[in-house]
Design a protein around this ligand. Structure first.
Ligand code: BGC
Length: 440
């Protein structure tokens, strides 16, 4: 694999790092902003989830504007939005300005959540596309870990501690903005805008001289004589099933419960009577497991394929959640088994559905409809994410851990059946070969 491709993928994946950081940083600020802004429990819930509403809008913004202005320029805009949001939320003196800044950050997360994987998929050679797009998930996971650590390090910096925690994000945002000047525009976008010579130059650098002409021809073919695409085109008979697969898989990535652990682990441990002292250790174990098994997925995903990974992963997630539920039902929650099942669950997610969802969603759609198809799928992800994060504390309180985790285990089972029946294998083929295959 060419070093150049790895480098530009790493730059694009910085968008994923900011996505992870921005969604996780809020957890450490909660106990300080609640009294500062005088928030009720419900008010806190809305304040925390305000970001997610920004995300939904951001995905649409990215879908449309990245077709018009290019993937790279819109990612640059996201970097600026991350920067402004970091400053705005860190210096906010009223709830309204705080919410405004968080929603701007959400817009940026939404944009990055679609454009980073899309851009990488569009510049990556087919053979390594799974690994390279998974870099984005690796960056998300690292972003989450960095947020946890930096919050921990800044907690004792006085009454402005939460401001520092939020301000940290300005640094990677600037880094993303500046480093984007070094990466090329996506060759698929260039061809769509008639800049075939520029596209050829990029392909020479990413795929090598011997493949560049053939790659260019394939891309030209796929974009030939196509009028401008609209969202309505997603309902065409050959595209609708792809839209269904993308949106449902994105939904399952969330409703199988990953963020009940990522956002609420301390609450679960408190629920089983563990002290807060061990919270950091648990956070490190959860974040570390997430990181290690994402690396495992990156090694396996182009070798064994996306589908097999998701099948094995969903089965493992289901068994771990069923075990966790069993512990709650039999009231054996004091031992080390709770942590073991939680870490097992994280490991199976990180090695499968975590990265594979982003890879598959970036591969399903034909060139001219990719941004629009991905928008719909990823909006479904953010809506599901908002619902699960708002519902989980209530479920835990009203249904108890036993039923709550049993429900999530059953959802994993439904996901498994869905993947077995509907999700196609996409490894190894160029985006244009996939396009032809799905059009048949
Ligand atoms: C999911 C996020 C989740 C993260 C955890 C991502 O793929 O979309 O919702 O927080 O993985 O690693």
């Amino acid at each position: 694999m060419k070093l150049y491709v790895i480098l530009i993928s790493v730059v694009a994946a910085l968008g994923g790092l900011l996505f992870g950081f921005d969604t996780a940083v809020i957890s450490g600020t909660i106990i300080f902003i609640q009294p500062y802004f005088g928030l009720s429990e419900a008010g806190l819930g809305w304040t925390v989830s305000s970001l997610l509403f920004g995300c939904i809008a951001g995905v649409f913004l990215a879908g449309k504007s990245s077709d018009l202005y290019g993937r790279k320029k819109v990612l640059m805009l996201a970097a600026l939005l991350f920067f402004v949001s970091a400053l705005g939320s860190a210096f906010a003196h009223s709830l309204v300005s705080f919410l405004f800044a968080r929603i701007l950050g959400g817009l940026a997360v939404g944009v990055a959540s679609i454009l980073s994987p899309m851009y990488i998929a569009e510049i990556a050679p087919a053979k390594y596309r799974g690994t390279l797009v998974s870099l984005n998930q690796l960056a998300i996971v690292i972003g989450i870990l960095v947020a946890f650590f930096s919050n921990y390090l800044l907690v004792n910096t006085g009454e402005n501690n939460w401001r520092w925690m939020l301000l940290v994000m300005a640094a990677p945002a600037l880094l993303l903005f500046v480093s984007l000047f070094l990466v090329p525009e996506s060759p698929r976008w260039l061809v769509a805008h008639g800049r075939n010579d520029d596209a050829f130059n990029v392909l020479v650098k990413t795929s090598g001289k011997e493949y560049a002409s053939a790659d260019l021809k394939e891309i030209e073919e796929s974009l030939k004589s196509q009028e401008e695409s609209t969202f309505r085109d997603l309902l065409a008979p050959k595209i609708k099933p792809l839209l269904f697969i993308g949106a449902i898989l994105a939904l399952f990535q969330q409703i199988t419960g990953i963020n009940t652990i990522m956002y609420y682990a301390p609450k679960i441990f408190a629920n089983v009577g563990q002290s807060n002292d061990s919270a950091l250790l648990q956070t490190i174990l959860i974040g570390g497991t997430n990181l290690i098994f994402t690396l495992v997925a990156m090694v396996l995903i182009d070798r064994f394929g996306r589908k097999l990974l998701i099948i094995v992963g969903s089965t493992g997630m289901m068994l771990m959640l069923a075990g966790l539920s069993g512990l709650f039902f039999t009231q054996q929650t004091t031992g080390v088994l709770v942590l073991t099942f939680i870490l097992g669950y994280i490991a199976f997610f990180a090695a499968s559905l975590g990265p594979a969802l982003w890879v598959v969603v970036a591969e399903l759609f034909p060139n001219r409809l990719r941004s629009k198809g991905m928008s719909v799928a990823i909006v479904s992800l953010w809506i599901a994410c908002a619902i699960v994060s708002i519902a989980f504390p209530v479920m835990l309180e009203k249904l108890s851990g036993g039923f709550t985790f049993l429900i999530f285990a059953l959802i994993c089972l439904v996901n498994l059946l869905f993947v077995l029946k509907y999700v196609p294998e996409t490894k190894g083929k160029t985006l244009e070969e996939l396009e032809k295959q799905f059009a048949e």
